[in-house]
Design a binder for this molecule. Structure first.
Ligand SMILES: [Fe+2]
Length: 250
């Protein structure tokens, strides 16, 4: 391949410079410091929120992990940390709004939390973000989705494209799609950050108009940079934001 065609190929991979990002609500992230594998310190959280504000975002809904073995975050712990970050944001003069929900790992204790309504939802519609392990579909995923729906919540599956069991055409895939769960696609999947399969399934979700929310799943500065300097400039980003995404309704 010649030098010139290389340049053209590189240009083809970016949206035009005058592309305006229509998404104003940043959703699915780990910005609350020190309570999961996301931001480690308050300074990092504030720096990230400052950058989001400068990029035109008016709200961020952050979603710390809740996992009974590793991240024992309760609504009280999350809300207390949220208040601390809000105070620092005020001192820094930030105007972007920050809200918190959670990213619930579907484990044995999850359904109990749902039945007790001891969970954090987001949006007026009471969406609840859930995730699973990457290898196998958990036995209780479908019952957890059912439990959420019958308890008055709308389940949202985080980054379905990243699960090795979520392959179009398989039984697992069909059952999940048929369960009525909404899908939140990770933006880093469209640039191939995780693996080729995640990128391929992300493309499939976009082509079949199956993406309801997009999210950076930002844990740190590196993710933030990749989302805004790479993913948001990728042609697939131009395609996904043409879908009726729910981000801006939050
Ligand atoms: Fe996450």
């Amino acid at each position: 391949m010649s030098f010139l065609s290389n340049i053209f190929r590189r240009k083809e991979k970016e949206l035009p410079a005058d592309f305006v990002n229509p998404i104003k609500v940043d959703f699915h992230s780990h910005y609350l410091p020190g309570i999961d594998d996301g931001c480690k310190e308050m300074g990092e959280s504030i720096e990230i929120l400052k950058i989001l504000e400068s990029k035109g975002y008016t709200k961020a809904i952050t979603t710390p992990h809740v996992m009974s073995d590793f991240y024992k975050n309760s609504p009280e712990i999350i809300n207390a940390k949220l208040e601390m970050v809000r105070e620092e944001m005020q001192k820094a003069g930030l105007t972007i709004k920050l809200e918190a929900a959670a990213e619930y790992y579907v484990d044995d204790s999850f359904e109990k939390k749902v039945l007790a309504h001891n969970i954090l939802s987001f949006g007026k519609e009471k969406y609840v973000l859930i995730e699973t392990g990457f290898m196998d579909m958990p036995m209780n995923l479908l019952s957890a989705i059912f439990e959420l729906k019958t308890s008055g919540y709308i389940p949202v599956l985080a980054h379905p494209e990243r699960y090795q069991y979520f392959i179009p055409g398989t039984d697992d895939y069909e059952q999940i799609v048929g369960s009525g769960v909404l899908f939140q696609m990770n933006l880093l999947s469209i640039i191939g950050y995780y693996n080729p399969q995640a990128k391929k399934v992300a493309e499939h979700l976009i082509q079949n108009q199956m993406v309801n929310f997009i999210g950076g799943d930002t844990h740190n500065m590196k993710h933030l940079w990749l989302v805004h300097e790479k993913a948001v400039k990728h042609p697939l980003y131009g395609k996904v934001v043409e879908l009726p995404l729910l981000n801006n309704s939050l």
